[in-house]
Design a protein around this ligand. Structure first.
Ligand SMILES: Nc1nc2c(ncn2[C@@H]2O[C@H](COP(=O)(O)OP(=O)(O)OP(=O)(O)O)[C@@H](O)[C@H]2O)c(=O)[nH]1
Ligand SMILES: [Mg+2]
Length: 551
């Protein structure tokens, strides 16, 4: 124990009892000079102050342990890289009740995804496209099926028409109208201007979710630089949810069109809550039997149109002429987001209830920033538990300037790079290869000085699609000449990408001591992803403990 501390104890003890042998022994010498007395009192005062400081430190440390530790994670990556899907996996693991509460709301998004695939097919087989420049078609399609390079068969497809086109078009017309209805269902009739800032009151979303308070919408022309990580802090942007647009719009729609020819649902609309409300709106049919009215008993529910059109949709998708035409147009719908064409009877069944896998595959573009909070149980380090805040941002180019305001207090970044996209171009700019864009974005993130102390975890994502693509004969070297004549198998290609991204981090990071954790992922695969998420959680917690000096 500190000598001065003992001295201080002695001075207070002296007053209490002189019969105390210790107090008596520590009494000031009887012949103490005024200087000695002054110096003794000074020493006692110093000891008292030091003791108080130690007490305060112990108290603070105890409080820190009792307090909830907050860990903030930012999901970054280009559009369709898998950020929102990763968030869904976090929800499945740590907030299953929220995931379940939203499950039925995803039914509408899944219908919309399916209807959109059908519309793309109809566009691709439409006779009026014969002889048109293939680029015109590509520019209206979304990213995942745009393949860079010109199709060899684009020279002439005029002779390969689909005889049943008119019949398909007629039978499926109700589906195309339904697309508009679904879009309107998800939209806010009062706010159709994508550029207008919107505010979402807190507490409207399902438990655990919250949209960030709105400032200005983060819209900018698609030709803006890939990532402008400015240090000036624009207000945090308004959240927006975008869903694909139907091309066969026969009705005027209140929904705004973004420059990418997509429909934007302003974020202040609580689309999930509305739909959950609709989906759960089941009143008792018979009080005694406990039976309920399901949505399938509502004649206006979209399921009925889906269900009626299902046989023709299946026929269209299986038609060899249609398949041939899609090959000619190089439209690989199987690789596109929100692909349900192989499961039409199940998805359009009247009592269809989306499975976990269905929800994970559903595609809804994010605009703005969505925050989700999870509470992790208490453990030995943090008796107050750990609160995780995960921010899911929009990854399309016009959205990226909304990222920077989140950089200053984030603990970790999970960066998603879809490595299957080496032969695809951006939806927002068909002149830019998707993988090049990912690499550029990665460089901007790892070199950013604001982020130098942030843990970086890289998900090289869509490995399942990469494997399939390579097996189907698509060669990486045709799209990335630096790959040269290395083997075109999954092992070699994935290793090449890991080295490439790893080398960029090593070269550009301002913090040479930072480790970059790389995972090969297919975030639609729940088992693998949840193991990875557990690892990531430990890495982030350890890093956070270190940085908060509690370890
Ligand atoms: N097959 C496969 N599909 C994936 C994978 N990761 C994501 N997807 C699908 O790709 C689509 C796009 O994923 P999202 O999570 O919406 O992408 P995002 O990064 O949030 O995109 P933005 O919101 O536009 O920024 C969804 O339909 C996902 O189901 C994967 O590893 N494999
Ligand atoms: Mg998203």
């Amino acid at each position: 124990m500190d000598r001065h501390f003992v001295q201080f104890a002695s001075s207070t003890g002296r007053r209490r009892s002189l019969s105390d042998p210790l107090a008596a022994a520590l009494q000031p010498p009887p012949n103490e000079t005024p200087e000695q007395r002054q110096s003794r009192l000074q020493a006692e005062e110093d000891a008292r102050r030091r003791s108080e400081r130690i007490d305060k430190m112990l108290k603070d440390s105890h409080k820190a342990q009792q307090r909830k530790q907050v860990v903030k994670i930012l999901l970054l990556g280009q559009s369709e890289s898998g950020k929102s899907t990763t968030l869904k996996q976090f929800m499945l693991l740590h907030s299953p009740s929220t995931f379940n509460a939203e499950r039925l709301a995803w039914r509408f998004v899944i219908y919309l995804n399916l209807v959109r695939s059908v519309r793309r097919i109809l566009e691709a087989i439409a006779p009026e496209l014969d002889g048109e420049d293939i680029d015109d078609l590509e520019s209206t399609e979304t990213a995942s099926i745009i393949i860079s390079g010109r199709p060899s068969s684009a020279v002439s497809t005029a002779g390969n028409s689909v005889p049943a086109y008119d019949s398909y078009r007629k039978c499926l017309a109700p589906l195309l109208d339904l697309e508009q209805r679904l879009i309107q269902l998800l939209s806010d009739p009062e706010d159709n201007d994508e550029r207008e800032a919107t505010h979402l009151p807190h507490g409207q979303l399902p438990q655990g979710s919250a949209y960030m308070p709105a400032g200005h919408a983060a819209a900018s022309p698609p030709s803006s630089p890939p990532l402008h990580l400015s240090s000036s802090m624009p207000p945090r942007p308004a959240p927006r949810i975008t869903i694909p647009r139907g091309a066969y719009s026969s009705h005027p729609s209140p929904v705004a069109l973004s420059p990418g020819n997509e429909v934007t649902i302003p974020g202040r609309i609580n689309w999930k809550k509305t739909l959950i409300g609709m989906a759960n709106n089941q009143s008792p049919k018979g009080e005694r039997t406990g039976e309920i009215h399901g949505w399938w008993e509502d004649l206006h529910d979209p399921v009925h149109v889906m269900n009626r059109c299902a046989p023709v949709m299946t026929e269209l998708w299986r038609d060899p002429k249609v398949q041939q035409r899609l090959r000619e147009r190089r439209l690989r719908l199987e690789e596109s987001s929100g692909f349900y064409l192989n499961e039409i009877p199940r998805v359009t069944a009247k009592m269809y209830f989306p499975t976990d896998a269905d929800v994970l595959r559903a595609r809804l573009k994010t605009t703005g920033v969505v925050e989700h909070t999870f509470s992790l149980p208490k453990n030995s380090e943090f008796r107050g538990g750990v609160e995780w805040k995960i921010y899911d941002v929009g990854g399309a180019r016009p959205q990226r300037q909304a990222w920077a305001p989140y950089f200053d207090d984030v603990n970790a970044i999970i960066f998603l790079a879809p490595i299957s996209s080496f032969d695809q171009v951006l939806a927002e700019d068909p002149n830019i290869n998707r993988l090049d864009d990912s690499l550029q974005l990665w460089q901007a993130v790892v070199s950013n000085p604001l982020l130098q102390k942030v843990n970086i975890i890289l998900f090289l994502n869509k490995c399942d699609l990469l494997k399939r693509k390579l097996e189907s004969g698509v060669r990486l070297t045709h799209h990335m000449t630096s790959y040269n004549d290395r083997p075109n198998d999954y092992e070699s290609v994935s290793k090449y990408f890991r080295n490439k991204f790893g080398a960029m981090h090593h070269h550009y990071t301002p913090n040479k001591a930072r480790e970059c954790y790389v995972h090969f992922t297919s975030v639609t695969d729940t088992r693998n992803t949840q193991t990875i998420i557990s690892n990531v959680r430990d890495i982030i917690l350890t890093g956070n403990l270190k940085s908060s000096s509690l370890m």
